[in-house]
Design a protein around this ligand. Structure first.
Ligand SMILES: Nc1ncnc2c1ncn2[C@@H]1O[C@H](COP(=O)(O)OP(=O)(O)OP(=O)(O)O)[C@@H](O)[C@H]1O
Length: 349
């Protein structure tokens, strides 16, 4: 019976990886007791966007085995590291970039990090937007100061389940930075390598807008899993987003997808939808996977100013729901990219 159960599980494919759950090492436990099958699936990310589909497929395949009357499916999750992890203890470094400023890149980075943390992932957030660091403010920690541990490594600040480091927590408030390329390069290196990040599944990096020194430094300092491009749908933002896309491609950084922010607006009084910047415009960006369309929502702005990500303070709002879906889709893309480059038969984790 046990063998028949495993054979049935071999027929269930991960919908994105198009490989069966057994060869992907995702079945942690599969037993039959008194006609009831107990199956534990170890997902490749706690933020798996296809958990419901996988559960349905497992149930259907297992219940087709003669003698099995019921099935109990449980889930665990472990984010798989790439063949070469980004930093010791850090599995994936994900850059969040934009061509144009003010399109909501930091808002997306903060809400992405908070969403992944809510799903159960260990998440860090590095504010590499050294000219306009806003992450600390958006997490309600603008006044906090970074301290060092006994090994003289910077200790990330913890807020809302996220460990983060921002220049805003190092330099006196309100002072402009006038650093040039080499100084920026060493600051970025220190943020990455001289910080006690600990064990992280995802380190999200909020880049400055555009295509400059910081972006280059980052891609040269660590093995980056990929980048997310944030844009609004209007042409003037898309032109700059295309430049950022070109930069990532030249630096051999895979672009995992695009987030269309301020995609549309639903009037709270009438319920009418307005495509203020031309919803769907980001599809013009050369066939990149669309991770999600986030509406303009006054709560996103208010919550950022109050220092609590919208996905935490207004989880049911359409913008928060869209951000949560962006995070799941991103986590799915990271898993696909990581597992498609690994060998045929993977060990069970
Ligand atoms: N979906 C949204 N709905 C409403 N307001 C938003 C939304 N996204 C971002 N904002 C607001 O727009 C402004 C710019 O957002 P944010 O700072 O995240 O952009 P950015 O692209 O990181 O900017 P910069 O170029 O300064 O780094 C902020 O006031 C933010 O609260």
């Amino acid at each position: 019976m046990r063998e028949a159960l495993w054979d049935a599980l071999k027929t269930v494919n991960d919908p994105e990886l198009h490989r069966d759950l057994v060869s992907l090492g995702m079945i942690e436990r599969a037993e039959v007791e008194g006609g009831v099958a107990h199956v534990k699936v170890n997902l490749t990310t706690p933020a798996c966007p296809l958990k419901g589909k996988i559960e349905g497929d497992v149930r259907a395949a297992v219940l087709a085995v003669p003698g099995i009357e019921d099935v109990n499916v449980t889930f665990g999750a472990m984010v798989r590291p790439p063949a070469q992890p980004a930093l010791p203890g850090v599995k994936h470094v994900i850059l969040v970039g934009s061509g144009k400023g003010g399109v909501g890149k930091s808002s997306v980075a903060v809400n992405l990090a908070a969403s992944l943390a809510v799903e159960g992932a260990r998440v860090g957030l590095m504010d590499a937007d050294v000219y306009g660091p806003s992450v600390a403010h958006m997490l309600g920690q603008g006044g906090a100061r970074i301290t060092a541990n006994a090994e003289r490594k910077m200790l990330p600040i913890e807020a809302h389940g996220i460990r983060f480091i921002s220049m805003a927590n190092l330099s006196p408030a309100g002072q402009a930075l006038v650093w040039r390329g080499p100084m920026l390069h060493s600051a970025i290196q220190q943020f990455l390598k001289d910080a006690a990040w600990g064990e992280l599944d995802y380190l999200i990096v909020d880049l400055p807008p555009g295509t400059g020194d910081v972006q280059l430094s980052l891609t040269q300092t660590v093995q980056v899993t990929g980048a997310v491009l944030v844009t609004t749908p209007q042409d003037v933002a898309l032109i700059d987003a295309a430049r950022a896309l070109d930069m990532f491609r030249k630096a051999s950084v895979p672009v995992l997808g695009v987030v269309e922010n301020m995609s549309y607006f639903v009037a709270p009084d009438t319920g009418l939808t307005y495509d203020i910047f031309g919803r769907g415009g980001s599809r013009k960006l050369g066939g990149l996977p669309l991770l999600g369309e986030v509406p303009l929502d006054v709560e996103v702005r208010q919550d950022a100013d109050l220092g609590i990500p919208a996905v935490l303070s207004h989880p049911d709002s359409p913008a928060a729901q869209a951000m949560r879906q962006v995070a799941r889709n991103l986590a799915g893309r990271v898993s696909v990219q990581t597992l498609s480059s690994l060998p045929e038969q993977l060990p069970v984790v």
